[in-house]
Design a protein around this ligand. Structure first.
Ligand code: ZN
Length: 151
């Protein structure tokens, strides 16, 4: 059974509320993660608890237990001349340097004067619909526990 410090292998399919597939392990190796260490979104980790190999189920995770709500404060309008990129376009991904390290940004709007960037997680504000199949459960190695993730 899935419990803290187990390494879980699972196949997953993630869709939004429109049924669009956002991510999937189909055609790939199953995803391995160390349970109980916050390596997957909290709403999913909670539902994984106690499941067994072969279990197949659906989990609906609201934004608050997924990648968070979309924060308006994370959207910024920057004067065009401050961004040294002549070919900046909507949809581009950038990194801003901050004292805490690089912050990924998405360009959401470009005008002659201004550029609007959004540092929310791409899946912020999105309800996550997971379909999960538990493939394998094993005890974590000591080194995995030391690192806090599966190897
Ligand atoms: Zn490691």
């Amino acid at each position: 059974m899935i419990a803290k410090d187990k390494v879980v292998s699972m196949h997953y399919r993630l869709t939004n509320n429109d049924g669009e597939v956002l991510d999937s392990s189909e055609g790939r190796d199953p995803l391995n993660y160390l349970h109980g260490h916050g390596n997957i979104v909290p709403g999913l980790e909670k539902e994984m608890e106690g499941k067994a190999v072969g279990d197949e189920f659906d989990v609906v995770v609201p934004p608050a237990e997924g990648y968070g709500e979309h924060q308006e404060e994370a959207v910024a309008v920057v004067p065009r001349e401050q961004i040294n990129l002549p070919d900046i376009k909507e949809g581009m991904k950038l990194q801003a340097q901050s004292p805490q390290g690089p912050i990924p940004l998405k360009v959401v709007k470009v005008t002659d004067e201004e550029v609007t960037v959004d540092s929310n997680h791409e899946l912020a504000g999105v309800t996550l619909n997971f379909h999960i199949e538990v493939v394998e459960i094993r005890d974590a190695e000591q080194v995995e526990l030391d690192h806090g993730h599966a190897h």
